[in-house]
Design a binder for this molecule. Structure first.
Ligand code: NAD
Ligand code: UDP
Length: 319
């Protein structure tokens, strides 16, 4: 049985990856320190014979008994308000944490896939963003702690590949959503759905004309799975190119949730990218992958999930 270590296992994407790999017949070791994760995302796996959980901060030395065939490094705060609240941990998990995991992969002769992000393109001057674009990131801006950690992560991963011959893969993830996102993590989809469920006004930042392109989690997991088992070493964008302005998106949310609340405009956060849309030609070519689940279906499934959460989670204030 092949063994895979998944970091960030109690988070949104990590927990879905644990499910996928357990279902595909792997032995999965999930690792997390719960800094932005939630044990309820993996509690259904706790008694599974092919799943083991280790509570650990990946910025500290990582010891794993036995062989490892694959590592997926997904530990990192991912929401702007999370990484603004814990900037040093964000820098450390992308740098020291990645270094530890690359060292572990080298020791175990495992293939490692690193979760990078569309944020390596910063506030992009090229649209849509293809993997060839080098990006437009403010190193010293508040979002720099995340963007630069991820850029460093890509560099050190390529260095381990070139210098040590390690088998590496890099996925550049564009805005992905679905069940198990934290209701209060501040990202736009949980934020709007939480506001609709609590009967609060929907907060649009800036004039709402900034764009995003939202990918449903099952599509993202499929892209990551295919990338891991492909031969492609350089970064690959995985996301859904269906682009929408935040203001238009708010109107879709109002329709879906049936809320009578109004839209209120708030200040645009510093360095909030004005446009974002993945060019997925490379993923189509090397992975034969493209998203299958449209926004209306994906949002319906996600809203069902948020509706099912307890009142305690709905009204929990974090920020
Ligand atoms: P998330 O916050 O739900 O999950 C991240 C998990 O990592 C959490 O469970 C957290 O507790 C854990 N973690 C953080 N620091 C850790 C540490 N030092 N040691 C151990 N565990 C730690 O976020 P997510 O959306 O699931 O994102 C997962 C990964 O995907 C991140 O690396 C993120 O940068 C990347 N990503 C996500 C998106 C997206 O749209 N969801 C977009 C781009 C990149
Ligand atoms: N946003 C918003 N209202 C909110 C939360 C976010 O208008 O309550 C905007 C945010 O300014 C950004 C977009 O929605 O332009 C997506 O934000 P998110 O935090 O989900 O992720 P990002 O793509 O910025 O990393």
């Amino acid at each position: 049985m092949k063994r895979v270590l998944i970091t960030g296992a109690a988070g949104f994407l990590g927990s879905h990856l644990c499910d996928r790999f357990v279902n595909e017949g792997f032995f999965v070791i999930g690792m997390d320190n719960f800094i932005t994760g939630d044990v309820s995302n993996i509690s259904h796996l706790s008694k599974h014979p092919n799943f083991k959980f280790i509570e650990h901060d990946v910025t500290e030395f990582i010891a794993i008994e036995g062989d490892l065939d694959y590592i997926l490094h997904f530990a990192s705060p991912a929401s702007p308000i999370d990484y603004l609240k814990i900037p040093i941990q964000t820098l450390k998990v992308g740098s020291l944490g990645t270094h530890n995991l690359l060292g572990l992969a080298k020791a175990k002769q495992a293939r490692i896939l690193i979760a990078s992000t569309s944020e390596v393109y910063g506030d992009p001057l090229v649209h849509p963003q293809s993997e060839e674009y080098y990006g437009n990131v403010s190193t010293i801006g508040p979002r720099g702690v995340y963007d630069e950690a991820k850029r460093f992560q890509e560099s050190i991963t390529m260095a381990y590949h070139r210098f040590h011959g390690l088998e590496t893969r890099i996925v550049r993830i564009f805005n992905t959503y679905g069940p198990r996102m934290r209701l209060n993590d501040g990202r736009v989809i949980p934020a709007f759905m939480g506001q609709a469920l609590r009967g609060e006004d929907l907060t649009v930042f800036g004039d709402g004309l900034q764009t995003r392109s939202f990918c449903y989690v099952d599509d993202q997991v499929e892209g990551i799975y295919r990338l891991l088992f492909s031969d492609y070493v350089y970064p690959v964008n995985i996301g859904n190119p269906d682009e929408i302005t935040i203001l238009e998106f708010t109107k879709e949310i109002i329709k879906l949730t049936g809320t009578n609340q109004k839209i209120v405009f708030k200040e645009l956060p510093i360095d909030d990218p004005l446009q974002r849309q993945p060019d997925i030609s490379l993923a189509k070519k090397v992975l034969d992958w493209e998203p299958q689940i449209g926004r209306s279906e994906g949002m319906k499934r996600t809203f069902e999930y948020f509706k099912s959460l307890s009142k305690e989670k709905l009204y929990k204030r974090e920020h």
